[in-house]
Design a protein around this ligand. Sequence first.
Ligand code: DGL
Length: 292
Amino acid sequence: MKGNLAAAARRADKAIAVFDSGMGGLTVLRELRRAMPSERLVYFGDTARLPYGSKSKEAVTRFSLEIARFLLRRDIKMLVVACNSASALALPALEAALDVPVFGVIGPAVRAAAALARGGAAPGAHGAERSRGAARPGIVGVIGTEATVRSGAYPRELSAIGCRRIAVRAAPLFVPLVEEGWWDHPVTRSVAREYLAPLKKRKLRVLILGCTHYPMLKKTLRVAAGSRVLLVDSGVETAREVRMWLRERGLMRKGRGSEEFFVSDAPERFKRMARLFLGRKVPKVRLARVGV
Ligand code: DGL
């Protein structure tokens, strides 16, 4: 019994690993931190190989497995795939290869969107989305990278839980605009209007931000979508589900949280941008070679 408790405490103390192709996963890390201040978070941004959204399933799966192998060496208790493209293309391969639980961002976003479309509140919603209340009837729209859209993951998962009025649109220009820091910029506003126009024509009610870069564009997307459209941020929903999973198993860490950051290229740029993404300074960002 004592042995079991000690083993659970040792496991609880391990880190949560988080990865993305670049900076986008920081929107998920931000929510994980908000939900679980005591956790150790280890982040990997594959800045040398971004974007994933235009790559093949084979490439994204290989990159994801290489990163996972690197992160496994950091004493982790779970892996959060903070990238929709990798969640859409590489989740089964990661689950099969790793002996720690793997969380993608698509399932939590889909469950929240379906709840909103049925007229409830997104379970993880905070701030604006919660106070906006229930959605009126209409479609669930999804915007994401080309890889995510091509995978069909969102329509598949949404229809599996009974949500059938769906429209999906690739929005490939958003990732470079976010990485450039053009979050509230005339060019981005005009691109957003263009991408959302066909969805709005079909009575858009819930919009899933199906790429972890997009929460940085929330303000712009909210204006372009219209104030009645409810936005679903997969980071918020994923953090809520991860927290619940850990709590139910007695695996939440106690004490002071910490963070480690690794990238595959240009750590200085990442550090500078991460400060803007998170609204605070991040500790040292280290260069890591994966897959060599
Ligand atoms: N942030 C990633 C996602 O959620 C992808 C960005 C990219 O590398 O294309 O899909």
